[in-house]
Design a binder for this molecule. Structure first.
Ligand code: ATP
Ligand code: MG
Length: 424
């Protein structure tokens, strides 16, 4: 992609009213645009990153054997009355049709998936199975804040699993927990796995996945070494204690919940009377689990944990492009022509190899502007082509997190970029 053609530009100054790093950098670097509090447009750069995050999660859910669907956001009031949640859920957006009929705007999808599954599942032979979607959710949050961390309209992957036995549910639950940790790691995020508040007092287990950042709302007691963590309000440990898992040391930390998983038992299958015929030919209530990941919040959490004072420092796996290619200005017309030609050749050669290049081809921008732009957008690799580098028959190469740049011979660029992109 040529930067000159990108309609969503970066801006020199951050919006004045941002309350968090992700809100500041995602807006300033042209990844998102705030329509109103808690509601964002995902611009071309932001959408590429969001899609990469969602694709990683899709791959991990597919690996669990879960089947992807896409459920409606417009949901009939009756379903929400069936689960007794039409009145009880304060963040539920409600709509009235011109005919007087009422609807909920999906804040979650138990009310859709349970009656859906009821239409297809009859026998114990149909279970276990899991289905998921990646969709937009709507929540009437009183305080939308911290950029994309808490929105009123946001993206979520939600998965639902159905079982005849507790063993089967527990097995799938534990496999999902592992898949979550792997998905976050692939997105460049380390998480603490926290048994959710109330979980220890109730029969049904639940875990939260917390990314550590001061922008988060949740207070944790967590291990400095391994993934163990507890919510502070219910914690059986305190800062300074030894970790029960790895003997590391526990400390107070702040986190943002980037996902959670629940053993729902028969909460929703009771409401909808979702039964199957078991192997003894008797009717049996189905057990259910649900598993959420806030994908747009995850993008925000990555920015909160991957930035410096100049901008975002994207992990390779979710950067919108791999390479920021900057061709610099020269006063000498012949040199300028050569800069442009070499840039074009490198851009095409890399693109042909499937490497994603954002080419800052602007003729009027100064080197300083291009460097600042590269740092703000935060692509993993910056390649500069200038009069100076061409004298050495080279390009200037700098990783976003590197402090020093180095020269790479033009003939070696393609191979070196390929191995850079491939290496973890
Ligand atoms: P929280 O405790 O942060 O309010 P929640 O417990 O209500 O979230 P769920 O209903 O289980 O969350 O939703 C699943 C996931 O969706 C959460 O783990 C979180 O990552 C994400 N999420 C929830 N609410 C929002 C929101 N308002 N904006 C963005 N992401 C959200
Ligand atoms: Mg929560």
């Amino acid at each position: 992609m040529r930067y000159s053609k990108l309609f969503s530009k970066t801006s020199k100054n951050a919006p004045h009213d941002t309350d968090s790093v992700n809100a500041k950098y995602l807006s300033q670097a042209g990844f998102v645009d705030q329509e109103m509090a808690g509601v964002y447009t995902w611009l071309p750069l932001g959408l590429r990153t969001l899609r990469k995050v969602e694709q990683i999660i899709r791959e991990e859910m597919d690996a669990l054997g879960a089947q992807e669907v896409f459920m409606p956001s417009l949901q009939p009031k009756e379903y929400w009355e069936t689960t007794d949640r039409w009145e009880g859920v304060d963040i539920l957006f409600k709509l009235e049709s011109q005919t007087g009929k009422e609807y909920a705007l999906g804040c979650t999808h138990e009310e859709v998936v349970t009656p859906l599954v009821q239409k297809f599942v009859e026998s114990y032979k149909d279970l276990p199975f899991a289905t998921y979607q990646i969709n937009t959710k709507f929540r009437d949050e009183l305080r939308a804040k911290s950029g994309v961390l808490r929105g009123r309209e946001f993206r979520m992957k939600d998965m639902y699993s159905f079982h005849t036995t507790q063993e089967s549910l527990t097995e799938f639950y534990n496999k999902t927990l592992e898949a979550y940790v792997k998905a976050y790691a692939r997105c460049g995020l380390k998480v603490k796995v926290v048994q959710a508040s109330g979980g220890i007092f109730t029969k049904n287990i639940s875990h939260e996945f917390q990314a550590l950042t001061d922008a988060g709302e949740d207070k944790l007691i967590a291990c400095e070494n391994c993934e163990f963590g507890q919510n502070e309000e219910v914690a059986t440990y305190k800062a300074g204690d030894t970790c029960p898992k790895c003997n590391g040391s526990l400390a107070q930390m702040k986190g943002v919940e980037v996902g959670n998983i629940f053993d729902l038992g028969t909460k929703y299958t009771d409401a909808f009377k979702l039964d199957i015929t078991n192997d003894a030919g008797e009717k049996q209530r189905v057990l259910m689990g649900c598993y959420g990941i806030g994908t747009s919040r995850l993008v925000g959490a990555i920015v909160e944990t991957h930035h410096d004072d100049k901008g975002i420092v994207w992990p390779k796996s979710v950067a919108p492009f791999h390479v920021y290619l900057a061709s610099l200005k020269s006063k000498d017309e012949a040199v300028q022509t050569r800069i442009n030609t070499v840039s074009q050749e490198i851009y095409e050669a890399l693109s042909d190899e499937g490497i994603e290049v954002l080419w800052d081809d602007r003729a009027d921008a100064s080197p300083g502007e291009k460097f600042a732009n590269a740092d703000l957008i935060g692509l993993p690799l910056r390649i500069v082509i200038s009069e100076k580098t061409l004298k050495e028959d080279s390009v200037e190469w700098k990783g976003r997190a590197d402090s020093e740049a180095r020269l790479v011979k033009i003939g070696d660029v393609e191979d070196e970029v390929e191995s850079f992109v491939e290496e973890k």
